[in-house]
Write a protein that binds this ligand. Structure first.
Ligand SMILES: [Zn+2]
Length: 375
């Protein structure tokens, strides 16, 4: 390592290395995958939304044809209009207000992820958004947990799914949701998250929730560095103490890439990388919200090559019209990723899971590595 200027130790060569071996989509679907960032209310089956809307008397859907509804969701998310984007969640949440509906949606979520080759998933949702018909927060969590267990059972144990409970940035219930998380941990709930509009709602507004979680040794992640830049990531990591960052792609604000292919990391970027703080990256979602311009120029590859702990995720499968396998495929097309990189991303996700160390090790040694069969 060269000695000298204070910035030298953070300068890194980012030049391309060839990736092998290539995988076809059918191989990608078969390969074991781990998703850490997937919203329950963003991943419903279109046919289920239509059936449940009929059952509960919800008349707000734009169409009652499943294929047309799927297209409508994707177009609304692609429109660049925040209002239309948020309207998609109004429709899904409208049909997620009863115990039966939540159980069904959670079970189908586990089935759909397993059918896509996901072996471990952390699925998140905001319990406070499912109380319009009188469910208590505990009843919401119990219904989703029951559905996830049912889904795991239907897949014959091919997938393990844990829930993350989300507090909303714009409401004042985050401490209550943090308490709910601690009350239900070890019973299907793995941790806590904060989501919702980032602009004007900095994570430090919810410090009492994060302090409560720390006091109880409970895991949490924070959505940051998507709509707002590096300062939001700084606050999430250094003020709130997040173990993982939802998105986090705007950490690139603190990275300078030079013409010769080297890059210099600022102190925040270096801290995030050197402390192995996981970035839950969701490329398709980033394209829809404008956090990235194209798959080819998405910062995931730069961050990976700089040594950040990067994971690949779906965010909202229905709303973004995606799956884990499709996210992998997009990365294969954009950067030539093959089995080695996909295994690396999957192992990174398993290492970052809110599971015990022996559970993570078992997942990596007995499921992921044999599934890729590279050694
Ligand atoms: Zn998200």
């Amino acid at each position: 390592m060269r000695q000298g200027g204070a910035e030298t130790p953070r300068a890194v060569d980012t030049r391309h290395i060839p990736y092998t071996p290539r995988m076809h989509l059918s191989d990608i679907i078969r390969a074991p995958k781990v998703v850490l960032h997937d919203h329950l209310d963003g991943g419903l089956r279109p046919a289920t939304i239509i059936e449940l809307a009929r059952e509960v008397g919800y008349r707000g859907l734009p169409t009652h044809d499943p294929a047309a509804l799927a297209t409508w969701f994707r177009q609304a998310a692609d429109s660049g209009s925040l209002e239309r984007y948020l309207e998609t969640f109004a429709h899904t949440c409208a049909v997620m207000q009863t115990r039966e509906a939540l159980e069904r949606i959670a079970a189908e979520c586990a089935e759909d992820l397993a059918a896509d080759g996901v072996v471990y998933a952390e699925v998140r949702y905001a319990p406070e958004q499912h109380q319009e018909r009188g469910l208590s927060l505990d009843q919401v969590v119990e219904a989703v947990n029951a559905g996830l267990r049912e889904g795991e059972r239907r897949t014959g144990g091919r997938i393990v799914v844990r829930a993350l409970l989300t507090g909303m940035r714009h409401t004042d219930r985050s401490l209550e949701i943090a308490e709910l998380t601690v009350a239900h941990r070890d019973r299907g709930v793995a941790g806590f998250d904060i989501a919702g509009g980032e602009i004007g709602n900095p994570p430090a507004r919810h410090l009492p929730a994060f302090r409560y979680l720390k006091r109880h040794n409970c895991h949490f992640t924070i959505h940051a560095g998507e709509a707002v830049g590096a300062e939001s990531i700084h606050e999430a990591v250094q003020v709130c103490g997040a173990e993982r960052i939802g998105h986090g792609v705007r950490i690139t604000d603190d990275i300078q890439v030079h013409d010769d292919g080297t890059a210099t990391l600022g102190h925040l970027a270096a801290y995030v990388r050197d402390n192995r703080i996981t970035l839950e990256v969701c490329p398709t979602s980033n394209l829809q919200t404008g956090a990235a311009k194209s798959y080819d120029t998405h910062p995931i590859d730069l961050l990976r090559r700089l040594g950040f702990r990067v994971t690949l995720n779906t965010d909202n499968r229905l709303v973004s019209g995606t799956t884990m396998s499709q996210e992998f495929q997009h990365m294969a097309d954009a950067f030539g990723y093959g089995a080695e990189v996909f295994q690396e991303l999957t192992v990174a996700a398993a290492e970052s899971a809110f599971l015990s160390l022996p559970e993570r090790q078992r997942l990596i040694d007995e499921v992921i590595r044999p599934g890729y069969g590279l050694e």
